[in-house]
Design a protein around this ligand. Structure first.
Ligand SMILES: [Zn+2]
Length: 334
């Protein structure tokens, strides 16, 4: 009799445990950033590390750990294929994801930046959810020895600057980009080399699991978070107007009474600038200066070819700027 009671109690406890696990199990869409043939779509590149492959490696390990903890996990890509940011968000929506988590590694021109950062939406509940999830992940990376660069937001003319986040929240999914560490920084790299991708994946998984055990995470799986309506930015038209004004001032054709803009004086031979301000001469040659002061002159054709390496993003030059002048020349010679 005593045995029978014990068995019944055990079975009851097991079923309660199973129910709770199931109850709090989230649907998580992992997005291994970048992907695609050759150096196009490789993301950060710092031999022997190629970001697209590292992202895939880590995401696969995170998936296994999350599944073992009772969550349902999907991945936007499981091989080296290129996908647009919008396609990634649409895929997350198609699997009914509670969150979209994009896995990345970082790099910087002068190789002096380090630490873990998480990007999320700047708006309302998208922000509060991303902040809680991001903090949970970052604290695990701090335990590995990485410095926290915090949970950040960035705005562009379309609202949230990063396309993955913008497309994700537009489809109703809280979205974050995890920049785990800088693959080109000696300090970060020592931890990555020493601990391996398994340790980083474990940090991601532990952060995600603990988020879904928190009130913020439970609210997401319970569907009790009211999604924030994101305002359509009025800034887009204004920026366009200000760019036109600036161009007019630069060319000396500013209309009378046009507002003064903060346009720096330019040397005479220069006819224009690239998006992020690299001088373009009359023949279309671009003088590129990296953040460490390294300089290369690229022909118009070379510049177009370089930008094509980041054509999967909405802002190729933004990414190109993080690469040293010397490395850009090397990419062209490949
Ligand atoms: Zn990346």
């Amino acid at each position: 009799m005593k045995n029978k009671i014990t068995v019944t109690t055990c079975l009851t406890l097991l079923s309660v445990l199973f129910f709770s696990l199931n109850c709090f199990g989230a649907v998580i869409c992992l997005d291994p950033g970048h992907g695609g043939p050759g150096t196009t779509g490789c993301g950060a590149l710092y031999p022997p590390y190629m970001e697209k492959a590292l992202n895939l490696d880590v995401a696969g390990r995170v998936k296994a750990e999350l599944e073992a903890a009772g969550h349902t996990v999907y991945m936007t890509r499981t091989s080296d294929v290129s996908m647009s940011l919008e396609e990634r968000a649409i895929y997350a929506k198609s699997v009914n994801a509670d969150v979209l988590i994009s896995i990345h590694f970082n790099s910087s021109g002068p190789h002096d930046k380090h630490g873990t950062e998480v990007w999320t939406s700047a708006f309302g509940t998208w922000y509060s959810t991303g902040l809680a999830l991001g903090r949970s992940i970052i604290s695990q990376f701090e335990a590995l020895g990485f410095e926290s660069k915090g949970v950040k937001t960035k705005l562009g003319s379309k609202g949230d600057y990063y396309g993955l986040i913008r497309n994700g929240v537009a489809l109703g999914i809280p979205s974050v980009i995890v920049e785990q560490c800088f693959i080109d920084n000696p300090g970060d790299r020592a931890i990555l080399d020493g601990r391996g991708t398994a340790a980083l994946a474990h940090a991601d998984a532990a952060g995600i699991i603990s988020f879904f055990q928190s009130d913020a995470g439970k609210a997401i799986t319970a569907g009790s978070v009211t999604p924030t309506t994101i305002p359509v930015p009025a800034a887009a038209e204004e920026n366009k107007a200000s760019e036109q004004d600036a161009a007019a001032v630069l060319s000396g054709n500013a209309p009378a009474g046009a507002p003064e803009r903060d346009v720096p004086a330019q040397p005479a031979p220069q006819v224009s600038k690239t998006k992020y301000g690299f001088p373009v001469d009359a023949n279309g040659n671009v003088t590129y200066t990296d953040t460490a002061g390294g300089q290369e002159v690229f022909t118009a054709g070379e510049w177009t070819k370089l930008l094509a390496n980041w054509s999967y993003t909405e802002d190729p030059e933004y990414y190109l700027r993080t690469i040293s002048a010397k490395d850009l020349r090397t990419i062209l010679e490949k």
